[in-house]
Design a protein around this ligand. Sequence first.
Ligand SMILES: Nc1nc2c(ncn2[C@@H]2O[C@H](COP(=O)(O)OP(=O)(O)O)[C@@H](O)[C@H]2O)c(=O)[nH]1
Ligand SMILES: [Mg+2]
Length: 441
Amino acid sequence: MNVTTTTIAAIATPVGRGGIGIIRLSGSQALAVVKKLSHKKTFKHRYPQLCTWKDVNDEVIDSGLVLYFPAPASYTGEDVVELQGHGSPVLLRALLRRCIDLGCVPAEPGDFTRRAVENGCMDLSQAEAVVACIDAATERAGKQAQKHLAGMFGQKIESLMHTLTGVVAHVEACLDFPEEEIPELFLSQLCDQLKRDLCVPMQALLASASFGERLFSGASIAIVGAPNVGKSSLLNLLSGRERAIVSDIAGTTRDVLEVDFEIHGIPVRLVDTAGMRESMDVIEQEGVRRAKEAADVADVVVFLADAEREDTWHFDEPFDIAVFNKIDLIEPSKHKCMNGISLSAHTGEGLDKLLNALADMLGEKLVDGEDVFVTNERHRIAIQDAEHYVQAAMPMLLHEEQLDLAALELRRAWSALGVIVGVGDVEYILDRVFSEFCVGK
Ligand SMILES: Nc1nc2c(ncn2[C@@H]2O[C@H](COP(=O)(O)OP(=O)(O)O)[C@@H](O)[C@H]2O)c(=O)[nH]1
Ligand SMILES: [Mg+2]
């Protein structure tokens, strides 16, 4: 159990006016504080009870529902009480002040979830998922965050750690009894197991990271190309609104224009740019400079050309996908001559193909069949580290005199993964080793 003795309190609903405003309390004094506040002696467990909350002069601050979750079956593992009052910032602040006067401490950001981790109600990856759920910009990101919150990612990591423990246990046994001959094949089988049960799944997880991380941090796509090829029309088509001015006057778009939308659930910032051309106009020149800059920092650069005008088919700067627009104007037989995606920003033909290609570029293909992805850099780096240590250990396993070094590398891999779920105790692995092995053998 947690050693923290303070009882924390905070307004749990967002700042501003709303139908309901919630204050949450957690700690051993939570119920005592609410009893004083409500002038009520008993609270049924997990049952909403209508109460009035009074200030020091016995005047009503607000009224609402009290919900009491006794320890340990609560969010934090401690006694938790929720006060569900009116969503008024003024009343909520007054109520919170009263809770503090009665002995609570104002909670720091993340304090409730931190206590949940400290009390073993969730692992660290689940705690991170709480934030991911709240921050998810698309439904698909939200669904992925829910899987992490349910512990599916943490369980995957723990199962990798469990496999590592087993292998380390075997290696340690060989080290502990050097006089005993190690059966031929035994170590190479361990090596195979490391590859099959650790490297392969870790590599699959790592492959999911580019998509998984973008699901939460978003991606940027820049549309570049000659003037008048239909860049602004494409931006409007993709975003579903008439965001950019479209005209047949070359040089209409001079500034960099951004629109947020989503592709297959990935939050995307789409950047429309000024057409690349030599211009005497200083404003347009600046537009072209900014267009190049936007392309430099974009995750994906779409080069748009006019299917009718071969002079727009060449582009000097690097790009990822070539798209030929205005195919509504040319004969279908000619579509084949163009090396890229054929599109009409006017009719929408070819849009699905373009969206699929963009999603592929953003890593969607790599998560095919994967249920849970790596969704943040911290997890990715930890898995990269673990994989690196396992790779280092494998050849050592094949040399008996390097077995102790192999065990060390594998323990490092274990610790690297432990960082994800919040266990960093190397003693733990040793306990496991001895609990799994009978010393007398
Ligand atoms: N027929 C046809 N015209 C298009 C298409 N896309 C854009 N246009 C026209 O091409 C001209 C230039 O379009 P715009 O989006 O402003 O091009 P930008 O300079 O690259 O941003 C406008 O007159 C558009 O109506 C298309 O798919 N088919
Ligand atoms: Mg334009």
